[in-house]
Design a protein around this ligand. Sequence first.
Ligand SMILES: [Fe+2]
Length: 294
Amino acid sequence: MTQYPVDMSVSPEVKAFFDEATNTISYIVADPETKACAVIDSVMDIDYAAGRITYDHANAMIAHIQNNNLTLEWLIETHVHADHLSAAPYIQEKLGGKIGIGRKITVIQDVFGKIFNEGTEFQRDGSQFDALFDDGDTYQIGKMTAFAMHTPGHTPACMVHVIGDAAFVGDTLFMPDGGSARADFPGGDAGELYDSIQKVLSLPDEMRLFICHDYGPGGRDIMWQTTVAEEKSNNIHVGGGKTREEFVKFRTERDAQLAVPKLIIPSLQVNMRAGEVPRDDQGNPVLKVPLNGL
Ligand SMILES: [Fe+2]
């Protein structure tokens, strides 16, 4: 087992940005001392029917960084999202910083490079990103040391990023009443997801957990922050000591009934390129729709 450098004495400032169109929560996490910050899981707006992309959500994050005199050092993707498009290159162009994701992105690029029939110009080595993280890798945000935990299951490249007493769990866990994310995408695995969730639940009880999606189950208000202790006792899919077998059975049955995410086709093509939009021979931005490919 990897020994992770947990340091609960560091407490970053966390600002959440909820995207109503995709139920995604993006974050700016800042070092109060040095004003260095990272953006986690940014969102580019798309009107898929119209083939139009815009940047209102990203612009709100950029404004927050500028208005608070923060310095952007990192743009982190917890995984290759299938339900929204990343705005990382757009924000990077304006504010700098490095785009990072889990090293297993290469697996995703290989699988979806085939599905989208990408040519040889589409590199499948993760080179579109500035940094590829392995389990336990550390990096700095100002004076804060962040580390990445490899948490496969939802996708092979999923990572949870921990910065002081704040963990950004991506789609590993939802709020306690939301449970967990699906594990039926190519390369997903319900058993692996259970093991990854146990890794997250082995962090200190008081660790703040920030989740990537919330759908307001039962009509409640949107929420995005919880703790390890709350998830351990109350998570409807894994809490209260649910076994791996129970979880795998439940997750597999549930996933068989879920619809394909509305934005999976544009999301994958953009996100596997670190947020860059694919281009045609003339350099125009385009998306493909492979028929009966997914
Ligand atoms: Fe996801």
